[in-house]
Design a protein around this ligand. Structure first.
Ligand SMILES: [Fe+2]
Ligand SMILES: [Fe+2]
Length: 309
């Protein structure tokens, strides 16, 4: 990765994708939302970016009704793209998922009704997929056994620390009061386990809009859905889903921080640009020369740019 500023390259790059909500047979969600097309577009946008993710983390609600065929279709869309990118795939259970097809169809294991918690090692960065679901319900909960297991895992720090990937993010949802009913219960119990450990970030889903907060001093980042998103400006609705505003997040992990960048999925018209070929040219210059070339308002770069940039 080429660095043109003062920060060193990140140690890890993760793509954070959420709430795909696929249906069996490729049926559109609510009769009109092309969930498979949206997911495919997310992956093709990722592939054409310069991100080169080491892992794709899907934070739950993978299948809308937990149908086995929806998981088959999800695998068929995601796995070839992940392979081309050289990225591991990390799945997380969501309230719309069902543990038996999740464990058997998606993960290729014995069907299980137990919590689907797993630990992944991404080049020294530990990613814990934590199952916050309650079978038959939309809210979230962690059992005593899961919290004990998590404490046991976190007792040994990982070389680059830990990210926890969950479906129900443990943060307030001030513009959507109803989501408070569907949140993770007893969040203090999780806070007691993660506080003071090597957990550096929590990746969440479930909310269908991008948001960021803190939990027990740990940064929390929620990726909007790829299927549909919630419009936070509809005061006349308890909840309002729209086939717009879908996005994925790119997570760059540095030695001393994590940067979350939101990439919208809309294919919008380009109104101004510099070609990627300039990157190598700028990289070959000294910092002073590239500042003169790109920062000086009178440089040929800037004088040649479209008015109003
Ligand atoms: Fe969802
Ligand atoms: Fe959800």
């Amino acid at each position: 990765m080429i660095q043109l500023g003062q920060h060193p390259a990140p140690t890890h790059v993760i793509a954070h994708i959420s709430d795909t909500h696929l249906l069996a047979g490729g049926r559109p969600l609510y009769g009109s939302v092309a969930t498979e097309e949206h997911l495919a577009r997310a992956l093709s946008k990722l592939e054409r970016s310069r991100a080169v993710p080491q892992a794709l983390v899907f934070t739950g609600d993978l299948a809308d009704l937990g149908e086995p065929d929806a998981y088959e279709r999800l695998k068929a869309i995601v796995e070839p793209a992940a392979e081309r990118m050289g990225a591991a795939v990390i799945w997380v259970m969501g309230n719309h998922d069902e543990r038996e097809p999740y464990s058997s169809v998606l993960l290729g294991e014995e069907p299980s009704t137990k919590p689907q918690d797993r630990v992944h090692d991404i080049a020294g960065l530990r990613v814990i997929s934590l199952d916050t679901t309650v079978p038959g319900w939309h809210h979230g909960e962690l059992t005593d056994g899961q919290l004990e297991w998590l404490a046991g895992v976190l007792a040994t720090p990982a070389p680059h620390g830990t990210l926890i990937a969950v479906h129900h993010p443990p943060i307030p949802t001030p513009l959507l009061e109803a989501m408070g009913i569907l949140e993770l219960l007893d969040q203090q119990r999780l806070a007691d386990v993660v506080r003071g450990t090597d957990v550096r970030g929590i990746l969440g889903g479930h909310l269908h809009y991008s948001t960021h907060s803190l939990f027990a001093g740990i940064p929390v980042s929620v990726a909007a859905a790829t299927c549909y998103t919630l419009d936070l400006t509809r005061g006349d609705r308890l909840l309002s889903g729209t086939d717009a505003g879908q996005a994925i997040n790119l997570v760059h992990v540095y030695d001393d921080r994590i940067v979350h960048s939101i990439a919208p999925l809309e294919e919008a018209e380009e109104v101004t640009a510099f070609g990627a070929e300039h990157l190598a040219t700028l990289a070959a210059m000294t910092p002073e020369a590239r500042r003169a070339a790109f920062s000086d308002k009178r440089s040929t770069f800037n004088l040649g740019a479209t008015a109003g940039d």
